[in-house]
Write a protein that binds this ligand. Structure first.
Ligand code: ZN
Length: 241
């Protein structure tokens, strides 16, 4: 099997502004270095024009209004994407903290045009503890063309709190139980570029480090043990409807 990361164009689906970079930033850096176009599509990138009061998470990191949080967090994502050489796309859907009312059909209609011409798609795969992450993964697995190369990525930092190694779990309706997560080869400079990009998410890191000061160490240890960032590549054999 050829490595799908050597494709010409890959779309990484990110639930929120930071998930893709925290989870597969080094893989993105490596792919870009090797000439692949990487589009990072963030589904729940918020509503910049909103004057609504901020949701619980956004309030906890110091934003008073929904729009203020969306603008600041998109700006952070633009900086991180620039460091990695990826192109960011932000869709105006709300995170769970705001009780997004858009249907899956409406969200998918906004995602689908960005997938055209993609040689591979990456989507969150494990542990899918967050409702928005599960929603995006389920939506993609149930709707994407079965011939598309689909990679399920291990989500950071969530995986460091998960019990045991990655598994199909809530995706077992679509993916064989024996689908295998494998480390994505990356060089030291790809990993360093990832960490530089992660630092761009200042508002998020402030809160994460307050809750869990040793978080970067935990993620680093997880990835060292796994041999790197992990992706399970599915094929039409392993994905069923
Ligand atoms: Zn997230």
């Amino acid at each position: 099997m050829t490595t799908p990361l050597e494709a010409r164009r890959i779309v990484v689906l990110s639930p929120h502004l930071d998930d893709a970079v925290f989870s597969v930033g080094a893989s993105i850096a490596r792919a870009v270095r090797e000439g692949t176009d990487i589009l990072v599509v963030t589904a729940f990138a918020g509503v910049p024009g909103s004057a609504n009061e901020s949701g619980s998470w956004d309030r906890s990191v110091g934003f008073a209004h929904e729009g203020e949080a969306a603008v600041a967090r998109r700006r952070e994502d633009a900086v991180a994407s620039g460091i990695l050489g990826a192109v960011p796309v932000w869709l105006p859907f709300r995170e769970e903290q705001y009780g997004e009312e858009a249907t899956d059909d409406a969200i998918w209609a906004a995602i689908a045009p960005h997938l055209s011409g993609a040689d591979a798609i990456l989507v969150p795969g494990f542990p899918l503890d967050h409702a928005d992450h599960r929603r995006l993964a389920r939506m993609t697995l149930s709707r994407v063309d079965v011939r598309t190369r689909l990679g399920l990525y291990v989500e950071q930092p969530y995986a460091t709190w998960a019990d045991g190694p990655p598994r199909a779990g809530v995706l077992s309706q679509w993916v064989d139980e024996d689908v295998a997560w494998r480390p994505v080869p990356a060089l030291g400079r790809d990993r360093r570029r990832k960490w530089r990009a992660c630092l761009a998410y200042r508002s998020q890191l402030r809160r994460m480090l307050r809750d869990s000061p040793n978080l970067p160490w935990r993620v680093g240890r997880y990835e060292r043990r796994a041999g790197g960032e992990s992706v399970a590549w599915t094929s039409s054999r392993t994905v069923h409807r």
